[in-house]
Design a protein around this ligand. Structure first.
Ligand code: OAD
Length: 262
């Protein structure tokens, strides 16, 4: 990682009007949460879950809930890891950028809640949040303790729809409320920070292309090249927890040089 690149990225970010972050599993790897793809990926070890997970849920929500309560295989591993995970310097750097008024919002594909734990407030969780439940009919979100599991599947206290985990399953449409927020943020965005995502899964992978399509700036932070690298203005090869704090420092230096306090 060259200082010149940090300086260049800081300049591009400060010249932008509406900076949005798009994060993926890589931002949480330094919090000991495994990514999905690549050598250490969950899917690499356990295989990709069936693409029709949501259809299975709809066909038999009672059995799906019983399986969820038992938690076996990667579901157990993931849940136990998520329960004890803490934000890392990459999360805190992104929270710092929001605090400075530079990052307008975050679109995250992660369900781990770590951006909120780090202090970000404007977050669109496009794949949901593992710690919440959601009604598939009216999209109301609930804390687990708000919903009784005495009768499965549990029902929504507001509309009597079926309640499932807020985490979006394969084959499940992205909830329209969060999708609209993401689309709105992407349409306003003129500079997107792509952190720790393989930029492989749609619709999230479409947002940077949308920004690029209107001559916006793309800045990537990833250990490896990705699908989107060739479209990026700058692509940092490194750990998010090391690159992002340096980028925040670079931005602070530029702000001080220009006489604006961070
Ligand atoms: P992936 O596992 O596909 O990609 C993680 C990316 O992070 C890879 O490109 C890695 O190279 C990179 N990476 C790993 N460690 C890193 C580090 N310390 N710093 C920076 N980059 C690092 O995860 P996502 O892109 O989030 O969906 O995958 C998108 C969706 O696919 C997930 O939300 C999930 C999955 O199927 C659902 O579960 C619905």
């Amino acid at each position: 990682m060259e200082n010149d690149d940090i300086e260049h990225a800081a300049r591009l970010i400060l010249a932008s009007q509406y900076v949005v972050g798009l994060t993926g599993a890589g931002v949480s790897v330094e919090s000991s949460i495994r990514p999905f793809r690549g050598p250490d990926g969950l899917w690499t070890e356990y295989g990709e879950p069936p693409m029709d997970g949501y259809q299975h849920f709809l066909a038999d929500p009672k059995t799906s809930w019983e399986q969820r309560i038992k938690r076996e295989g990667y579901a157990r591993e993931l849940y136990e890891t998520l329960m004890k995970a803490k934000p890392n310097p990459a999360h805190y750097a992104l929270a710092g950028l929001e605090e400075m008024g530079i990052l307008r919002s975050l679109i995250t594909q992660n369900v781990d809640n770590l951006h909120r734990a780090a202090g970000n407030r404007k977050i669109a969780e496009i794949h949901g949040n593992f710690s919440k439940l959601r009604c598939i009919q009216c999209n109301s979100r609930y804390e687990p303790e708000e919903i009784s599991l005495e009768i499965l599947p549990p029902r929504c206290p507001r509309c009597n729809g079926i309640v499932k985990s807020d985490t979006v399953m394969f084959g499940e449409p992205i909830p329209v409320d969060v999708l609209e927020i993401c689309q709105d943020e992407a349409s306003k965005c003129d500079c997107m920070l792509l952190v720790g995502t393989s930029a492989f899964v749609y619709p999230a992978a479409g947002f940077p292309l949308q920004v690029k399509g209107k001559e916006g700036i793309l800045i990537e932070v990833n250990l490896y090249e990705t699908e989107i690298t060739s479209s990026c203005n700058i692509s940092f090869r490194g750990k998010a927890g090391e690159v992002l704090p340096r980028l925040v420092e670079g931005i602070k230096v530029k702000l001080q040089e220009s006489g604006s306090s961070p």
